[in-house]
Structure formats: structure tokens, C-alpha cells
Design a binder for this molecule. Structure first.
Ligand code: SAM
Length: 281
């Protein structure tokens, strides 16, 4: 059911396209046209989007970027508390996710102003679902640190991390980061490099860290997805019951084992052996 219209003011965190204007949702368009106030990370880019998409905002447009967040957040929240509808839009994607918004959201929460999201594109989520890696549990790590020491620490932490991890990285630093990642996590760890998502030159490379070193020409905007640490063979034992249950329901044991092993990143050989072992008992 659509959200009810309200007379009260509201702060709307609005996601915008990350490369393909067609991803601007009908609701986003409506919010932009009807808002009393639009806080845009870069007003020039905002007006470019309006021109391309023939959006005619009726409200005031002000700039709102990281360096002025503290100074401007209070004023925006005041307007919301006075009953106005304010939209926050970043240059591309979802506000707050490595984009301005954190300060104003918290100011609004603290002062009791209503906040809502107009959801849409986010490069991290887009890269995650395209990676083919597990997405039931994942961690978003933002931009890879620029200082080598911090970067190495980040990568070391991934050694035992079972969740899929998502990073943003600049094309210029990609090679070096991948090389260090390989040194910390080994050449077998699988990664996905998602470049220029939703744009004409979208490219998704699914490979290992060892192979990634050979990649060339990765230019443009990039998100990197790192598969979680594969479970140890011993962990295959956790899925014996499930494999048995599926076999009882009529699925071929081999198929069930294969699917579970792939999904859980455990050894199919070990899982199969454990099921047979249990049957013999
Ligand atoms: N808030 C944005 C979001 O929701 O995706 C992220 C903003 S962050 C400042 C910009 C970074 O996101 C880029 O440097 C790049 O790493 C990643 N990114 C943005 N658009 C992308 C795209 N089309 N394809 C791949 N990565 C992208």
C-alpha cells in the first residue's frame, strides 16, 4: 500500500540513478517535483538531471555536501518541523551510503522530525547481487583506505570473515589494492569487480585474486565484492540433516549435496561422505 499523504513535514532521503536515468523511479520524480526544499549534494548535477529528465521542481534548491552538513542540517530539520517536505539527494545512488546525509538524519531523529526513504539505486547492492556470492549475510566496507597500513588491516580482517564484503575503490588505485588483497587473502579467494554499473560500458568480472592481477583497462566507477572465507571441510557436517531431508523428499542425494555445497561453500565430497557414513550407522 502506498504511504499515506501527510500534512506534516518530512525529510525524504531520495536515491537517484548511478548511471542510467531510467532508474529514476516515478515516486522519486514526484518527490522532486513536489518538495518544498531540495538539498542536493551538487546543485549543478541536480539541475542537469532535471533537464535530462524534464523534472520541474517547485521548491527551493540548496547545496548540501559533506563539508557543510553540520552547518546546514539544523536549518533543514527546522523547515521539516515547520511542516515542509524536504528532499535530500546526492550526486548518484543512495544518500548516506558514502554520501552526505548522516548528520541531517540524526538531527531529524533527535528533534523528532519525520524521516522517510525514497529507495532506489545503490552501487554496493547492485554489485553484490551481480557477484553471485552469498548475499544472505554481507558487510559493506565503503571506500578502501588510502593509507597502506590501514588498507592491509582491512584486508587482514577479511581473512576469517565468512560474510561477503563490498568495497568501493577508485580505478586508479584498484591494481594496487587487488595486489595487496591477494597477498593477505591468497590467490584463490574469489572476487567480483563491477564497473560502470547500469551504464553502457557496464562490466562485471568474476574471478580470483590471483587472476585479478592480470586485469587491465578497469576504468570508470568501480565496486569490488570479495567472497567470504570458504567454510572449512569440517563444516560440511552442519548440512548432513538438510541433505538427508531433501533426499527423503525425493531429490537425488547427489543433486542436493551439490547444491548445498555450492551454496554453503563447503566440500561436496565431504558432505556426501558424511551422509553415507551416517546412513551406515
Ligand atoms: N551513495 C552511492 C551509492 O549508493 O552507490 C555511492 C557514492 S560513493 C561517493 C561513489 C562510489 O560508488 C564510486 O567511486 C564507485 O566506487 C561506486 N559507484 C558509484 N556508481 C557506480 C557504478 N555505476 N558502478 C560501479 N560503482 C559505482
Amino acid at each position: 500500500m502506498p504511504k499515506r499523504e501527510s500534512e506534516e513535514g518530512e525529510l525524504v532521503l531520495l536515491a537517484s540513478p548511478i548511471g542510467n536515468d531510467l532508474d529514476l523511479s516515478p515516486r522519486a520524480r514526484k518527490e522532486l517535483e513536489e518538495a518544498d526544499l531540495i538539498a542536493a549534494e551538487d546543485t549543478r548535477r541536480f539541475w542537469d538531471l532535471c533537464r535530462r529528465e524534464k523534472i520541474r521542481p517547485k521548491g527551493r534548491v540548496v547545496s548540501y555536501f559533506d563539508q557543510v552538513e553540520k552547518e546546514k542540517a539544523g536549518k533543514i530539520v527546522e523547515e521539516v518541523l515547520e511542516g515542509r517536505r524536504a528532499v535530500l539527494i546526492s550526486d548518484a545512488g543512495t544518500p548516506v551510503i558514502n554520501d552526505p546525509g548522516y548528520v541531517v538524519v540524526n538531527e531529524a531523529i533527535e528533534r523528532g522530525a519525520r524521516v522517510t526513504a525514497c529507495p532506489g539505486p545503490c552501487a554496493a547492492i547492485c554489485a553484490l547481487i551481480l557477484s553471485g556470492f552469498r548475499a544472505d549475510r554481507f558487510c559493506y566496507e565503503g571506500f578502501i583506505a588510502r593509507k597502506e597500513g590501514e588498507r592491509r588491516e582491512e584486508f587482514k580482517r577479511l581473512k576469517d570473515e565468512e560474510r561477503t564484503a563490498i568495497f568501493y575503490e577508485s580505478a586508479r588505485r584498484l591494481q594496487e589494492s587487488l595486489k595487496e588483497m591477494e597477498e593477505e587473502l591468497g590467490p584463490e579467494r574469489r572476487i567480483c569487480i563491477a564497473r560502470e554499473l547500469t551504464k553502457d560500458h557496464e562490466e562485471v568480472v568474476r574471478t580470483t585474486l590471483g587472476e585479478a592481477a592480470k586485469l587491465e583497462g578497469m576504468i570508470g566507477e568501480i565496486a569490488v565484492v570479495v567472497e567470504g572465507r570458504p567454510k572449512k571441510d569440517g563444516d560440511a557436517g552442519d548440512f548432513v540433516e538438510e541433505a538427508e531431508e531433501r533426499a527423503r523428499k525425493g531429490e537425488r542425494l547427489k543433486d542436493a549435496v551439490k547444491e548445498i555445497a555450492k551454496r554453503e561453500a563447503v566440500s561436496s565430497h565431504e558432505l556426501y561422505r558424511l551422509v553415507l557414513e551416517k546412513r551406515e550407522k
